[in-house]
Design a protein around this ligand. Sequence first.
Ligand code: B3K
Ligand code: ZN
Length: 850
Amino acid sequence: MRDAAPKTIYLKDYTPFGYTAQSVHLRFKLAPKATRVISRIAFAPNPDATDKSFFLHGEQLDLKWAKINGEAITPQISEEGLSCDAPDEPFIFEAEVEISPETNTALEGLYMSGGMYCTQCEAEGFRKITYYPDRPDVMSTFTVRVEGPHPVLLSNGNPGDSGDGFAEWHDPWPKPAYLFALVAGDLVAHPDRFTTMSGKDVDLNIYVRAGDEDKCAFGMEALKKSMIWDEKVYGREYDLDIFNIVAVDDFNMGAMENKGLNVFNSSCVLASPETSTDSNFERIEAIIAHEYFHNWTGNRITCRDWFQLCLKEGLTVYRDSQFTSDLRSAPVKRISDVIDLRGRQFAEDGGPLAHPVRPGSFVEINNFYTATVYEKGAEVIGMLKTLVGDEAYAKALDLYFDRHDGQACTIEDWLQVFEEVTGRNLKRFKRWYTSAGTPRLHVKESYKNGRYKLTFRQETPPTPGQPQKKPRVIPIAVGLLGVDGKEIVATQVLEMSKRQQSFKWEGLSAKPTPSILRGFSAPVILERDTDDAQRAFLLAHDTDPFNRWEAGRELAKSTLLAMIETGAAPSAGYLDGMLAVLRDDTLDPATRALMLGLPSQSDLTQILADKGVTSDPQAIYDAVQTLKLAMAQHMQDTLPRIYAACQVTGPYSPEAEPAGKRALANAVLALGSRLDGGKAAQEQYDSADNMTQQLSALACLLQENVGDAALAKFYQQWKHDRLVMDKWFGLQVSYAAPEDTAKVAETLTQHADFDHKNPNRFRATLGALAMHHAGFHHISGKGYTLLADWLITLDPLNPQTTARMCSAFQTWKRYDAGRQTMMKAEIERILAQPSLSRDTTEMLTRILAA
Ligand code: B3K
Ligand code: ZN
């Protein structure tokens, strides 16, 4: 419920808590509407704190009694917590509260999903379970007793005593309350074992609902691969006797790294060839790795306060991307990450929600689990590693783990280990953490008498609250190609730290072609005067796979912008270039598939907006359709050969190689469908024996408007499977014509299987609407109204998911006056709702303030 005056919390106001928690004992007597939580916490005055007031967070708790050192007390209770006098020496605080998991639709704290109990405490959910200093710098050991009639009763740490109707758990590693977890239910385990590098045996389990047992094997393999990788690459070993993962259907995000008891959205762990696509498999592997890696980067070393969120998230995303690069294809992973970064993080950084990787203030911390904190946070670590080198990075990480194990840390602690190991001063580099916005990197070249010069100028546009930007340290990886296309200067990293800086090469016999920002060595927007001939040259010759892809993407942008702005026909150069890519058997199929992809319609809108052009979403949509048709026609003779060559035979495997072949075959199928009206797609649909093939074919049929029969068949085949049904909901919206998108989404929200309380189904339907650029922004305004209606409906039930989806409106200023007026009206309509959550209020207020 909306606070009378939502408080802004500032990093600069941080003070330590007056007390340390030495040990926590919790007893849960589970009951759907009346769970009792009995707590016993040993506190001691914190010598590092000056403020000794004793305040415990607590929200929506029914306090039955509280005691200090065995004596009943009458604390002051507010909507936010409990305060009372506390002794100036070690003491025991005890309390009993009652909570109602069954009616907890916010999915934060202790709640119920499909009959099971589960928890989500990060960031501030523990305060909905019991009174506690719910802040990450208060770390304690936890001993938990769970009582309930359920066959499976779980909490963090190692198992202790258990018997009929109860189980005890002890977690010896001090942790903040946000890592607490409890699960109880009628669950089935998929068990395994792992022996760590020092020979310790660990029990592994993935717990699922009955019926899902056959979807655990892949996740379990991913977990073991993650354990081995972290030992090998970071020297980090697992530290408990048991590691449990639980799949939950109702979950606000992907997964949660609770110590020894990871809780996963079932969509991020359950996998089978029949029900999951190649991208699902890859995502599941990455998320399992991510949560596992948090055991060291997040759990053993945690954050001092929530402003330091990137300390664990940026680093852990960086680690999981290294893992995926090692296990699969490094260039493919890099290209995919950059597509994602540009789509989500650049949009955030260029709009009203822009904030630094380490924000300076927030109202609701859940609103800061963003692409900036996660993905840009990971980019910053990648840059740091590029600047200091692999060896120094490894040494700095060892020092970080040695020095800070068991502590709650800051970005200053993190940078300090790098400064000590390298002797470098990272003061300037730190601006990446404190300054928002995506730097523009302009480059000019000159060549005279064998001397080649690149001059870079950096500039970051103002962002909310930060009108002036200081220059940043930018690692620019550059290589030079000779006139014959051969590399004459191999990749070197130029370190730019001034506003403007030049770099020279001597003794070149002719003007080279530069390949700049190889591997996307910094999260910047590169602006250079170049032409399609140079882009085509790089597309054909660059030795850096990322920049080769980038050259193709630049060509695509250039042809699409000409089509949109001047009504030009698709460029022959682009079509020829893509045909050459398609035929280039030296390129692996996955890379070719990525190269054939076009920039997103939302990215194109942003590029035009940066040039001061207000674009029409329908015109962008039409240009993309025209270009795809032109590509199909131009490649007509080659498509069948590639489709045939990329057919994978034998049993399905989600490995990178067959998945890459399927990606290219399905990209070819999508183009070909524009010519054969979906004939080949129907054949593929009818014969598909895995979800990748089935879903790709269905998408082609929907694209060609001939998918009704397949859609109905798909429903009959999969109506029992929640995760597959999410795909059924999402695909129909994604492939609707722009003028029909809102209607299709609206009809789906009336379907018997639509459940707005389930975040996966809500996102599958209304998230797909928000992602359908031309459909959401259709001139009728129906997309805006439908989304706003549903955000209004969901907010009182689930503020977190509502607030997250408000970002669909963050780009409202990019559009024409008519659309701006409609979007603004919808934002204001939501804001006018009585009792709007703090989460949604903060998001929409920031969006509107632009
Ligand atoms: N740390 C959690 C995210 C918690 C989000 C809270 N709103 C999952 C992750 O990043 O691994
Ligand atoms: Zn994380």
